[in-house]
Write a protein that binds this ligand. Sequence first.
Ligand code: UN1
Length: 557
Amino acid sequence: MRYAQFISEVASANIMAHVLETGFEISERDNPNGNPTVIGYNIINGELRSSSDGATFESRNPAWKDDCLGVFPLSTKQDVHDALESARDAFSEWSMTPAPSRGQIIGNMGRLLMEYKDDIVRVETREIGKTLKESAGEVQEAIDTCLFFQSEGRRLYGQTVNSELPDKELFTYRRPLGVCGIINASNFPAAVPFWKMIPAIMCGNTCVWKSPQDSPLLSFMLTRIMHEAGLPNGVINLIHGKGSGAGQFLVDSAEEGLLNKISFTGSTPVGKMIGEVCGRNLVSCSLELGGKNPLVVMPSANIDNAVEGAYWAAFGTAGQRCTSLGNLIIHEDVYDEFMAKFMAKVEETRIGDSLRNEDVLYGPMLSEKYADDFLRDLGMCESDGATKLWGEGLISNENKPTNFLGDASEGVYMWPHVYADVTEGMKCFQEEIFGPVVTVVKAKDFENALHLANASPYGLSSACYTNDRLEAYRFKTGIKAGMTGINNSTTGAEAHLPFGGVKDSGNGTRESGIWVLEAYSYWHAVNDELSGKLQLAQMDVDEIHIEEADVDYSSLA
Ligand code: UN1
């Protein structure tokens, strides 16, 4: 069976249990919607492997909890070590493969993703509940990353540098770091691991990818596609499991000298822990962490446009982006007008399973765990005494907004939430709440708005709606954030722009575009002495003297 046909069946069809030549197995289990359940594996050195102790976990559709997408290995420390060994073994050949050939394989990955896009998109929506439109945007981001880095294989430039000594040449080369541990969250389960692994392998590194616990089927499919594209065995090794299990074992291996890099996207507390482990072992690490992204609305803004941007940034993806809107900061002169229009949209929000309903803004939470954490963190808004304008927690059939579509008991859906009268001192102003909620703050003037935009510990994304050019300039120069939208929402990174944050949002590393290359390579400086003798830099350099000239410059003044 062709791989494309397999993916298509996983995405939609009702198929019998059988082992496919691609290595996928479908279990006998009956799902309520007739979708198949895959028996999934780790992929180590190109081989499909169960966990060493046989333990498994399930991936369930958060829009339809009875729909089980697959059963996957709960990886042990031994499995993680096997994957690291495979990556270590593959390193020397892969790093010696000419960069344009590595780029060619990466280009093939992009082309295969294009070919299978519709089916991958449906699996992503089935596995984490994103709308089809958003899943398609995300898979496109992974494709864009492949196409960008295909051609980087024909650059990956170093420099020629002039020497201060004659008959001597200086050069710089990008060298790979070695084995990279990749850990990402399930909210961007295709784009974010590709942001990491594609530049990593472009630079000649090999990877162990700890797949997110809530999107193992998608990770399994993507890894198979990478191999189908011509990736040699062992260059990318996939291990499934929990953050506290396989993820922690991968981090621990930095203590044991088994890896050379960790790239992590996730929460700030976990990022700080990883940064500590890497720091004390001098292991390179990239950290893309939380955000409490501010969006400022000034009186000169096009208010309708600002409402659209804020509404999307707050509730698109059910607020589960690290770039989602956190603090909505509105100038007092337009507060009432803005809020009236904003709340009208919030109250009309269409929510439901995108596989079964058209035009929903958002679907379920990524999983039950994300739902539980969201409800716990919403408690901050209540205990801070913020004024609740909208939102009733978990959607049920007895407690649902007007435009909720479907049977609420099937999945884990949340109301959109709006809390007003939020002030800088409140915990709900300071801390990220991952889900559909926005905290609204009133600003007296531009200086106050900019101050508030900078007042949380985070600095990932930010936005300002204004038609005053000086204000836009002051926002750009005064905000402390890795990314800023002017008259745009807080989301919307593109595959060739640097992505990342400052303050508690990361350690300053960047993903995407040419900038990410710094995170997966080190600079190697080489000097080539052609003179046949020892010439000492600084010491054997000819002295050049200033000639005394008998000119009276003052006579020209
Ligand atoms: C994330 O939430 O970790 O700009 C990534 C955006 C997306 C990427 C988000 N392109 O919102």
